[in-house]
Design a protein around this ligand. Sequence first.
Ligand code: AMP
Length: 449
Amino acid sequence: MSQSEFRSPKGTHDKLPQDHQYMTYIKKAVRHRARQAGFKRIDPPMFEERAVFERGIGNHTDIVEKELFSVGRKGTEEGSDAYALRPEFTAGICRAFIQHGMQELPQPVELYAIGSCFRYDRPQKGRYREFNQFDFEVIGLSDPSLDAQLINVTYQILKDLQIIDRLTLQINNIGTAENRKEYVQALKDYFIGKERNLPELDRARLQTNPLRLLDSKEEDTQILLKRAPTLDQFLSDESKKYHATLLEYLEALGIAYIENPLLVRGLDYYNQTVFEYWDQSTGAQNAVGGGGRYDSLIELLGGKPTPGVGFAGGIERIMWHMKEAGVAPPDKDQVDVFVAQLGPEAKKKCLVLVNELRNLGFHTVGALGEASLKSQMRLADRFQARYALLLGQMEVKEGTIILKDMAAGKQKSMKFEKALPELIKLIGEENLDTYAIRDHLGEFSDPGE
Ligand code: AMP
């Protein structure tokens, strides 16, 4: 039981060591697939000027209207809500794209990010106030083959993590901004006289962001929508062709998808392709990731018109699926060797020994306190160490050391110098955790020269 009155804030979680086994594994899969596909890492700040999100994501989206965490300082010129914690990555990355003149780079520019995002939502299962996303952005060109390639990268990651079979890829085309404008008008016309049958929240959405009605969870809204005009009736030939080509490419890549005409995604900046990975049993509510094309976002943020397509995956939800599916990442934190000692001479020798063991790549815990050998060995058990080395006063005198196989409970005495080669043999050289910077380090050139 916790003795302190303090808890982690509502909707946040301490990422404990056992969680990091999963986090590290997921990040590794993301980085690996990102590098294979030529994506480079970017880290936009955790907070931005509030307007970046307001303008980018849209003032009348849930994320901006209800979920932004304000940051700032009361009494300053900027005010207490000049900034907001990032609720997602795309707007910040596009702001960075413009700021750093990335339109001069070879296009498309492929960027990825991993980190926490913040939404002031009512916390519930799978919906937190601080959560982690990985994010991919492909900026500079508009072509269905780029959408297909991006979807493929995300698909491969979910496959690597062994959860793709639990998910369905939902995909839709929401057309150009023009197409949507006409559709929104038709939707508004359809609801004239029917507003009072809409739940209050959706009645407001009809005014501010009518497309949100399509993925409304309200039953009354869904009933009314059955007879409403549908978005696909308003798609231009260009949008239809774009979509058909994308689906062809996905088929060529062997990616299974479900066409979902009601999928719009909540944010203003999307056009053409939108897609989400849904949990097969709970559907939209627990999507593990989603994305789409955003050809007007960069212009909205003040840059030259530059198209883009992106994806964000939710790491906590992926972790949950991995646990449900029984996918266990390897435990990289296990203790190979526990070193126990008694007496000042032994302690000094062990200090050096522990250092040597670690440098050789053994995960080593040294109990260098003053406890009895017996209680140190109990500790070795609790650390679940595979082997223990014991050095008492007698061993120091004789130049020996005791090696104990913890699982077998067997021990033997040997010459002190023999301990390391013996342990290498037992654990196997290939299993040692050696850290080597193998990559060729480019030579630093002084720009002044
Ligand atoms: P979105 O762009 O809002 O669809 O977010 C992309 C992904 O991030 C979602 O599919 C979720 O997996 C994850 N996500 C979004 N909001 C939250 C949240 N509040 N808590 C946990 N995960 C979230």
